[in-house]
Design a protein around this ligand. Structure first.
Ligand code: PAF
Length: 297
């Protein structure tokens, strides 16, 4: 496994790669969820590049950029064990050299709502850094987790708008045995908060049961029930509970098609997001949704 730190070296390494290249963009703090993306890339692509870069431009001034888990040695050990070919671990100066002005933005409702409303700088930072990584590494495929459902859709739209010849592959959220979605930010939770965080998968499961088993179609009723469930956990503070169209993330009033249930909840000072698909009976479910239907806590 080769570790490269500069854009020039990365371009050079890429030029020497024949066949298909897969990119797994990460901010480090690796967990099984990231490693599942690496494994998928390893099985689908001839060369696997993993980037480790805590991207300052996607964090707001009061967010956790400084605290974000950084352990390069551990991340490299994990990637070595997965047989990744190249790890690209650039500095901030490499990614944002003096005079950098290649900001890439997806405009419109897709980036303004949900995460965009609570973290106004987030998607501009993500699309800028991912576009830059895609232009440097030039992969045929890039892999993202479905836990960041809105990010996945925004990155897909960005790649289309920028006409980048890459397939954006979304892969299922990995969960701890008790249902908590894997996230680098779980490391911030105290043991009491870790217990309290289980309210997220519990609320998602409740949402699924209401829609898929009890036939609830009224999105307001569903959101109210979920908000009540979350509020019963004293350490939890809701940023949003949303029910949207599965693809476009437009808010639904009636759940009459494949939908996404999205949560953003603060547990103490840690902000967690999670989501689940909702497939109302009688609606046409896509293959991807059927696969995700295996969600359970
Ligand atoms: O999901 C993440 O870890 C980051 O947002 C990403 C896609 C690596 C961009 O910095």
């Amino acid at each position: 496994m080769r570790v490269v730190e500069t854009v020039a070296e990365m371009r050079q390494a890429r030029a020497a790669m024949g066949g298909g290249v897969g990119l797994v963009p990460t901010m480090g703090g690796l967990h099984e969820g990231h490693l599942s993306l690496v494994r998928r890339a390893r099985s689908a692509d001839d060369h696997v590049v993993v980037s480790l870069f805590v991207n300052p431009s996607q964090f707001g001034p009061k967010e956790d950029f400084d605290a974000y888990p950084r352990d390069l040695e551990r991340d490299l050990r994990l990637l070595e064990a997965e047989d990744a070919h190249v790890v690209f671990a650039p500095s901030v100066e490499e990614m944002y050299p003096p005079g950098f002005d290649e900001w890439v933005e997806v405009r419109g409702p897709l980036t303004e709502r949900l995460e965009g409303a609570f973290r106004p700088q987030f998607f501009r930072g993500v699309t800028t850094v991912v576009a830059r990584l895609l232009r440097i590494v030039r992969p045929q495929r890039a892999y993202f987790g479905e836990k960041d459902a809105q990010q996945l859709r925004v990155v897909r739209r960005m790649a289309e708008e920028q006409r980048l010849p890459v397939e954006i592959v979304g892969l299922p959220t990995l969960r701890e045995p008790d249902g908590l979605a894997m996230s680098s930010r779980n490391a911030y939770l105290t043991s009491e908060e870790r217990q309290a965080a289980l309210v997220l998968p519990r609320a998602l499961e409740l949402g699924r049961t209401m829609v898929e088993c009890e036939g609830v179609r009224d999105a307001d009723r569903l959101k109210e029930a979920l908000a009540d469930c979350i509020r019963r956990e004293p350490l939890a503070r809701i940023d949003y509970v949303a029910v949207t169209d599965y693809e476009t993330l437009e808010e639904l009033t009636v759940i009459d098609r494949p939908a996404l249930l999205l949560l953003a909840v603060r547990i103490g000072s840690t902000r967690l997001i999670d989501n689940a698909s909702l497939i109302p009976g009688g609606s046409e479910a896509t293959e991807e949704l059927r696969r995700r239907g295996g969600f359970s806590t």
